[in-house]
Design a protein around this ligand. Structure first.
Ligand code: FAD
Ligand code: DHB
Length: 376
């Protein structure tokens, strides 16, 4: 079978790319290893940058996001027992973030794809890509298939098959952090109407939400930690936020390790990588999903333009490295990095400066609401 773009991976990057291409009249086939239920239930990110919101509107899928998402115009940094608000919108000419779960974005994109009767195959296996020939072979419902394409989009996440196919030509830039995040979802009202990023001697904590009735919280932990019993999690959150947080039944618990990772180039032959397949950030600052969206906005607009495709890596990486620095900076300012008291003093100075200098607060705000997406 022939198509213009073979998209490997039906996560946010692959699904959004399919939608953008469709709106430009370009054919694609999306291949996803998991089943629909699994992809729609996978709990991950929750913060949409301004440009991701704009992209959802641009592709005609912003309606539920506007109805159910929570727009935030500020965020709190908490340290030494005190909270300090960073006025995101005031500092960025009115830009904001929206709390809308990644799986909601994925649901909206899948529904639109299926509604448009365009090919999206779940539960494919044995996916193999040939970047030189532009072919993808895979098994679906027991049958083997071969897809020929002008371009293969590797949107199959960090553990996918596309990046390893071209590993011989890649330079890898990587950093692992000696901690992870223990995340919970609980049935209770958020303890604060804005997100709180807390620096504490026992480790970082983050208070977020999914709705007015669902709380999302994270605790810095060992990268290989087992989730703590519920009561211990709540007690630890109280300690790190320095307040009694609202409690309720916890219905989701998990530990995520943290790493920074970038490959260069993001393309070889007819294969173009986008999203987590090409780069990972530590979650502090909520950039993973948004950066995946930035990549596919650029890739979709480059299709059919040879010079733009040639420049894809360079243009994508410019934004990727900005995001890498921001995520690294937020991570190292807010987490317990080591037992070294010198490091703690440096962090406290950096935090005090960030909340007291308009220049530094603006730098945080403009990166947090996100830089504009680049298109060809
Ligand atoms: P993915 O979402 O990983 O999608 C890739 C898709 O490809 C998946 O559906 C996968 O099933 C599929 N696939 C894999 N291999 C194959 C194959 N061989 N063939 C076909 N399909 C394949 N970011 C934040 O900003 N904030 C957070 O709080 C946050 N929390 C996270 C928690 C976890 C546990 C993880 C793993 C990530 C988290 N992220 C977070 C990062 C964010 O979720 C990702 O950056 C985002 O999902 C990237 O989208 P993507 O489409 O590039 O990759
Ligand atoms: C969430 C995740 C993040 O990584 C972050 O920085 C803020 C919020 C969340 O899942 O709500």
């Amino acid at each position: 079978m022939r198509t213009q773009v073979a998209i490997v991976g039906g996560g946010p990057a692959g699904l959004m790319l399919g939608r953008l291409l469709d709106l430009r009249g370009i054919e694609s086939v999306i291949l996803e290893a998991r089943d629909r239920e699994y992809v729609q239930q996978r709990v991950r990110a929750g913060v949409l940058e301004q440009a991701t919101m704009d992209l959802m509107d641009e592709v005609g899928l912003g309606e539920r996001m506007h109805a159910e998402g929570l727009v935030h115009e500020g965020v709190e940094l908490r340290f030494d027992g005190e909270g300090h608000r960073i006025a995101l919108s005031d500092l960025t000419g009115g830009r904001a973030i929206t709390i809308y779960g990644q799986q909601e974005v994925v649901k909206d994109l899948i529904e639109a794809r299926i509604g448009s009767k365009l090919p999206l195959h779940f539960e494919v296996s044995d996916v193999k890509v040939d970047p030189e020939q532009g072919t993808v072979t895979y098994t679906h419902q027991g049958d083997q298939h071969r897809l020929e394409a002008d371009l293969i989009a590797g949107c199959d996440g960090f553990h996918g098959v596309c990046r390893p196919t071209i590993q011989d030509v890649l330079t890898v830039y990587e950093r692992e952090y000696p901690f992870g995040w223990m995340g919970i979802l609980a049935e209770c009202a958020p303890s604060s109407h804005e997100l709180i990023y807390a620096h504490h001697e026992r480790g970082f904590a983050l208070a977020s939400m999914r709705s007015h009735a669902i709380t999302r919280m994270y605790l810095q932990c060992a990268p290989d930690a087992e989730p703590l019993p519920d009561e211990e999690i709540w007690d630890e959150l109280d300690l790190r936020f320095g307040m009694e947080v609202n409690r309720g039944p916890i219905f989701e618990k998990g530990v995520t390790p943290m790493r920074s990772f970038v490959v260069e180039p993001m393309q070889h032959g007819k294969l173009y990588l986008a999203g987590d397949a090409a780069h990972i950030v530590p979650p502090t600052g909520a950039k993973g999903l948004n950066t995946a969206m930035a990549d596919v906005a650029l890739l979709a607009s480059s299709f059919g333009n040879e010079a733009a495709l040639q420049a894809y890596t360079q243009r994508a990486l410019e934004r990727v490295w900005r995001v890498q620095h921001f995520s690294y900076w937020m991570t190292s300012m807010l987490h317990r990095m080591s037992d070294d008291p010198f490091e703690t003093q440096i962090q406290r100075s950096q935090l005090r400066y960030t909340v007291s200098s308009q220049a530094q607060a603006t730098a945080l705000a403009e990166n947090y609401v996100g830089l504009p997406f680049i298109t060809a």
